[in-house]
Ligand binder design. Structure first.
Ligand code: ATP
Ligand code: MG
Length: 315
C-alpha cells in the first residue's frame, strides 16, 4: 500500500522491476524479466520505468521531508505537455496492453500516477536550456559578462526581464555527483557533432515557443526550461525524453504579477520550488546537511505545484 514504503527518500522495491538508477528526484527501473540478481543496467533494457518521487532538491541537495503529491503532479504535467508537443517523437510507450479481452496495466500499481513507461534512449549529455527571461544562473552570468553561454545581450537588463528573443543556453550534463556546467553552442558541437547540436538547439527553441504560447493563454509565463533528448537505438532518430516542462525543469511565473510587480520577488511570483530555495538560502550556507523543511514551507510549495497544474490544464 501507499504507506508501506516511503515515497520520498528511497527508491522502493517494485515486483517485476529492477532498480537501475536514482537521480535526485527520479528512480529508474528496468523490467526484471524474471531475473532477481542481474545487474540492472539501463544499456541492456529497451524499456525504462521513470518514477517521480516526492523528493525535492535545491542547490543540488535533496531536502527532507518530501513534498506530498509532487511526483504525481509533475508526472501529470509532463504527460499533459507530451500530448501537446506533437511535432517531435517522444519516449513514451503504451502503459497498458490488450490480452484477449482484458487490458493489462504495465505500470506497477504502487507507482501508478507517478510513473512513465518509456523506451530507453541513448541520451545526449546536454541539458537543452531555453530562456525567454533573464534570471537564475543566466542572470548571474549576465551581471558578470553581459552574455549567457556566449550569447551577447543588450546592456541594462534587470533580473526577471524578458529577453528580446528566447535564447538557447545549453549545459553539460555532468556525471553523478558533479555540477552541471553552462557551455557554449560550439562546445555542444564538440560533444555531439554539428548536425545533432543544431537539431537539439532548433527543436528546443521551437518547443519553447509552442509551450510559451500555451502557457501565456493560461496567464502563466514560461520563463525558462530544460529539455533532454536521446537517440532512438534502432533508428538513431532524435526523441524528446525525460520530464517536460514541469515545475522542476522550468520556471513558471504569474503573468499578472510579472506585469504589475515592482520588486524582483513580486515580479517573479513562481509556481515552482522558489519558496524552498528562498527559505533555504536565508538560513543555510551550503555546508553540512541542509535543515529540515518546516510544514508550512512544504504545504505552500505543494499548493504552488497544484495551482500551476490547475491553471495550465484547467483540472
Ligand atoms: P539529478 O536530477 O539528480 O541531477 P538526473 O537528472 O540524472 O540527476 P533524475 O532527473 O532524477 O536524475 O533522473 C532521470 C534520469 O533519467 C536522467 O539521467 C535522464 O537523463 C534519464 N532519462 C530520462 N529519460 C530517459 C530515457 N528515455 N532513456 C534513458 N534515460 C532517460
Ligand atoms: Mg534530471
Amino acid at each position: 500500500t501507499e504507506s508501506a514504503q516511503p515515497t520520498a527518500s528511497v527508491a522502493r522495491d517494485l515486483p517485476g522491476w529492477l532498480h537501475a538508477y536514482s537521480g535526485k528526484v527520479r528512480d529508474l527501473y528496468i523490467p526484471s524479466d524474471g531475473r532477481t540478481d542481474a545487474p540492472a543496467d539501463l544499456v541492456s533494457a529497451s524499456r525504462v520505468l521513470v518514477v517521480a518521487s516526492d523528493r525535492v532538491s535545491a542547490f543540488d541537495h535533496v531536502l527532507e521531508p518530501g513534498i506530498p503529491g509532487k511526483g504525481e503532479l509533475l508526472t501529470t504535467l509532463s504527460l499533459w505537455w507530451f500530448d501537446r508537443l506533437t511535432g517531435i517523437p517522444n519516449h513514451l510507450v503504451a502503459d497498458h496492453e490488450q490480452v484477449g479481452s482484458t487490458v493489462r496495466e504495465l505500470i506497477p500499481a504502487p507507482v501508478a500516477g507517478r510513473a512513465m513507461l518509456c523506451r530507453t534512449l541513448d541520451m545526449y549529455p546536454i541539458e537543452c536550456v531555453v530562456r525567454g527571461y533573464l534570471t537564475g544562473s543566466g542572470w548571474k552570468e549576465y551581471v558578470q559578462s553581459q552574455s549567457v553561454c556566449g550569447i551577447a545581450l543588450p546592456a541594462g537588463l534587470q533580473n526577471g526581464d524578458r529577453l528580446p528573443e528566447p535564447i538557447y543556453t545549453p549545459a553539460w550534463k555532468a556525471p553523478m555527483g558533479q555540477h552541471d556546467e553552462n557551455i557554449t553552442f560550439e562546445r555542444t558541437v564538440e560533444l555531439v557533432g554539428p548536425g545533432i547540436a543544431a537539431e537539439l538547439r532548433d527543436l528546443s527553441l521551437a518547443l519553447f515557443a509552442t509551450a510559451g504560447a500555451i502557457a501565456e493563454k493560461a496567464g502563466v509565463i514560461l520563463a525558462d526550461t530544460k529539455f533532454e533528448f536521446g537517440a532512438d537505438r534502432l533508428t538513431g532518430m532524435t526523441v524528446l525524453a525525460d520530464e517536460v516542462l514541469t515545475s522542476d525543469s522550468s520556471r513558471y511565473w504569474d503573468a499578472d504579477a510579472w506585469r504589475t510587480g515592482t520588486t524582483p520577488d513580486e515580479r517573479m511570483a513562481s509556481f515552482d520550488k522558489q519558496i524552498v530555495r528562498d527559505w533555504l538560502a536565508a538560513r543555510w550556507d551550503g555546508t553540512g546537511a541542509p535543515p529540515e523543511l518546516p510544514a508550512e514551507i512544504v504545504e505552500q510549495t505543494a499548493a504552488r505545484y497544484r495551482e500551476l497544474l490547475e491553471r495550465l490544464t484547467g483540472a
